[in-house]
Ligand binder design. Structure first.
Ligand code: ATP
Ligand code: MG
Length: 355
């Protein structure tokens, strides 16, 4: 695919969660049709898409039919099996490319890639068994965090160690999965950069947001983030560096720790990102439209920030506050249409304009 796609073209999205839902809405605004591929039933994205395939990622016939009906395929979910991607890629371009997925799927590969680019990351070591963990603890010390290399999200698959005595329990928490030990970064706060790159290499970054997590889950993102002018420049330059190295097309989220020694990269996400939801009400073109523009080969839009915003995630019982939230001034509600409210489940978010 070299020419820009025309309105009316079909964009395939692997994964049907809230990110797919908001991508689909943004695509529809530009006249595109989205086809969602999702193994689970009642995907939030299905309500607002042109077509939905409900099938496992192992169903070759369903994958083939899906790919044949799409002009480009993207994803909102990083753990799509390699075989499914191979099958799709033989029929239609996948954007962003496979390399970004491969690297971000595995925390060890990701750390190696980022440090090879010259970027600062937490001290880390590959941990496959108790001996390796003991060695890693000698090298790195405590406090530290043991994380599964793959499939972690919202702080799942992580165990904190405050002393070497915690080693046994932490390893048990990994349930035999390959893991990585990370030294604990003594950060003052966390920020993220949501960055976009088009097929011809142009880059646009949204203003960095400041993120607050509770129980491993993102609670709020506030813009502007507390950063010096130099840190702001650093954040944008390092995001651009990663995008170029990956020859990336689409939106990428870069999570950063702010320390007195400079910015330390926590992780990257090769997709639109929860900490970029504020852009829906703080920018003319939000992260979802920016991603769609990039993958269909349109010029990137104007992502400059026109307001101060705080995004608050609505998690589980936060939905009880809906009647009050709906009355708040300067507040935009975004709900994901999920039927079952569960503790820790992201049900929606609000963007509050701060005046
Ligand atoms: P998410 O899905 O929210 O991005 P995740 O499961 O991928 O989360 P991480 O981003 O690795 O997990 O960690 C979640 C949070 O835990 C971080 O945002 C940070 O607050 C804390 N954390 C993770 N690693 C470190 C570290 N090395 N030092 C200090 N804090 C850390
Ligand atoms: Mg994270």
């Amino acid at each position: 695919m070299t020419d820009p796609l025309a309105p009316g073209s079909t964009i395939g999205i692997l994964g049907g969660g809230q990110l797919g839902r908001m991508l689909s809405v943004a695509a529809a605004r530009l006249g595109f049709r989205c086809h969602i591929y999702e193994p689970g039933t009642e995907p939030p994205a299905g309500d607002v898409a042109h077509a939905v395939t409900t099938a496992p990622y192992e169903d070759e016939a369903a994958l083939r039919a899906f790919a044949e009906g799409c002009d480009v395929v993207t994803f909102e979910f990083e753990n799509v099996p390699t075989a499914a991607l191979d099958l799709i890629e033989a029929l239609v371009p996948i954007r962003p490319g496979r390399e970004a997925l491969r690297i971000s799927q595995d925390r060890l590969t990701e750390k190696e890639y980022l440090s090879d680019l010259g970027l600062a990351v937490a001290p880390y070591a590959d941990v496959s068994d108790a001996d390796a963990l003991a060695r890693a603890l000698t090298d790195i010390g405590t406090p530290a965090i043991l994380k599964t290399r793959r499939f972690g999200y919202d702080g799942k698959g992580q165990a904190r160690l405050t002393s070497p005595d915690d080693a046994e329990g932490a390893l048990k928490d990994m349930q035999g999965a390959p893991a990585i030990l990370e030294g604990f970064i003594d950060f003052s706060h966390e920020v993220s950069v949501i960055a976009a790159r088009g097929p011809s290499g142009e880059v646009a970054c949204f203003d960095p947001g400041e993120n607050v997590h509770r129980e491993g889950i993102l609670r709020t993102t506030t813009v502007p983030a507390r950063l010096s002018a130099a840190q702001r420049t650093d954040a944008v330059l390092l995001a651009g560096r990663i995008l170029n190295a990956l020859d990336y097309v689409g939106v990428l989220g870069v999570e950063l720790f702010v320390t007195p020694q400079g910015l330390v990269v926590n992780e990257i996400a090769p997709r639109v990102h929860n900490s970029g939801h504020w852009t829906q009400n703080g920018c003319t073109v939000d992260q979802f439209e920016q991603h769609i523009r990039a993958i269909v080969g349109w010029p990137l839009g104007d992502g400059s920030r026109h307001a101060d915003v705080t995004m608050e995630n609505l998690i589980g019982d936060d939905m009880d506050r809906l009647p009050e939230l709906a009355k708040e001034v300067d507040t935009a509600l975004h709900l994901y249409g999920k039927r079952d409210i569960k503790p820790g489940r992201k049900m929606g978010h609000v963007n509050r304009i701060v005046r």
